[in-house]
Design a protein around this ligand. Structure first.
Ligand code: NAI
Length: 341
């Protein structure tokens, strides 16, 4: 079978993990080119993994006609432009979340994706490919908890990553807590509830670190959303989680409740000693979602080979961005937002 030749842009925290998966863990895929503005990153990966092409300029990579697909793991502010350019150059495209940092550019990307119907486009909502989240979807669709009526999501980043986030956010626009952190939860809510948001009330604040106020962002926040089928979403997002990386989701149905990740345990060990019974927690997204990052990329490559489209669409990116912006507006204006008006 033909191998899909991929060029990746972005070799940072997540890009390197994607690059490793593309290079070594997917049989019908070849990592043919790598690109980063940091030349040492490019050289290191090329030498270590024997990658034939390396670039410090994204446009140069798009000139490489050996490639079939472009994988975007650059900072969020570049996603829209790089997606448009790659589609225009005729490539299949995978982009990390979020689709874009602004609503206008996200809508432009939607138009661009729809104008290239023969090219696969996929967005990195990897939680849908996590075994537990995927199994939950199957159980909900099979009616095991009756009609889902409420979803409660926690998306909390480890406190020990707050310094590096603040450094980044003081120099770059991150999109804010709801777009940067809760976007996966917004996607899951739409997916599980089968509905679109209608009314949104979001609040939050700075507690451990006042710098979040200075950048008009929240350190910890919550949003309550009424969906158009009268179901409810409660979203808690934060950057100061003392025990690690805590991603938890609960879906309450008319006949039962389903929970995923109630304790974000690292493994099945319980250490019992003077302090009590201790379960260590995962410390970041790479550890918690290792399997999901691989499975989503497998799906992207299989879609290209089998000439079909992934379940995650550009519309999912646009709708979750819309919800994130409504939360941001509600948080900033202290008002209830109706997105349907
Ligand atoms: P990072 O800052 O660690 O890495 C960014 C990489 O892009 C670096 O290699 C940098 O040199 C390169 N780069 C920057 N500007 C570039 C340009 N103009 N052209 C080419 N390369 C450029 O970032 P990180 O944490 O890996 O995040 C990357 C993206 O992945 C972000 O959009 C983020 O939102 C997303 N992400 C998604 C996660 C998920 O759970 N799906 C988790 C973490 C990040």
């Amino acid at each position: 079978m033909k191998k899909v030749k991929v060029g990746i842009v972005g070799l940072g925290r997540l890009g390197l993990q994607h690059a490793k998966n593309l290079a070594f863990r997917i049989p019908h895929c070849e990592l043919t080119a790598v690109c980063s503005v940091i030349e040492e990153e490019v050289n290191e990966v090329m030498q270590k993994w024997n990658i034939p092409f390396g670039y410090t300029n994204y446009e140069d990579m798009l000139e490489n006609k050996e490639l079939d697909a472009i994988f975007i793991a650059s900072p969020s502010g570049y996603h829209c432009k790089q997606i448009n350019q790659a589609l225009e150059a005729g490539f299949h495209v995978f982009s990390e979340k979020p689709l874009g940092l602004y609503m206008e550019e996200a809508l432009e990307v939607q138009t661009a994706v729809e104008a290239h119907p023969d090219q696969v486009f996929m967005l990195g909502f990897m939680r849908r490919y996590d075994r537990s989240y995927a199994a939950a979807k199957q159980k909900i669709d099979a009616g095991e908890i009756g009609q889902p009526v409420l979803i409660r999501c926690y998306g909390l980043d480890p406190a020990n990553k707050m310094d590096s986030f603040l450094k980044f956010a003081k120099a770059n626009y991150s999109g804010g807590l709801f777009l940067d952190m809760a976007i996966h939860d917004f996607d899951l809510a739409r997916w599980y509830l089968g509905a679109e948001p209608e009314e949104i009330w979001a609040i939050g604040g700075s507690y451990a670190r006042p710098e979040f106020d200075e950048i008009q962002d929240a350190e910890t926040g919550a949003a309550m959303v009424r969906f158009d089928n009268n179901t409810t979403g409660i979203f808690v997002a934060g950057r100061n989680c003392a025990h690690g990386y805590h991603i938890e989701t609960e879906i309450i149905g008319t006949k039962g409740t389903l929970r995923i990740g109630t304790v974000p345990e690292r493994n099945q060990i319980v250490i019992m000693k003077e302090e009590g019974a201790i379960q260590e927690c995962v410390d970041g997204f790479l550890e918690r979602f290792e399997q999901a990052y691989l499975s989503e990329v497998e799906e992207f490559i299989n879609c290209i080979l089998e000439k079909r489209k992934p379940e995650v669409t550009v519309k999912d990116g646009v709708e979750s961005t819309k919800l994130a912006y409504a939360c941001k507006k509600s948080f900033e204006t202290k008002t209830l937002i109706n997105v349907k008006e």
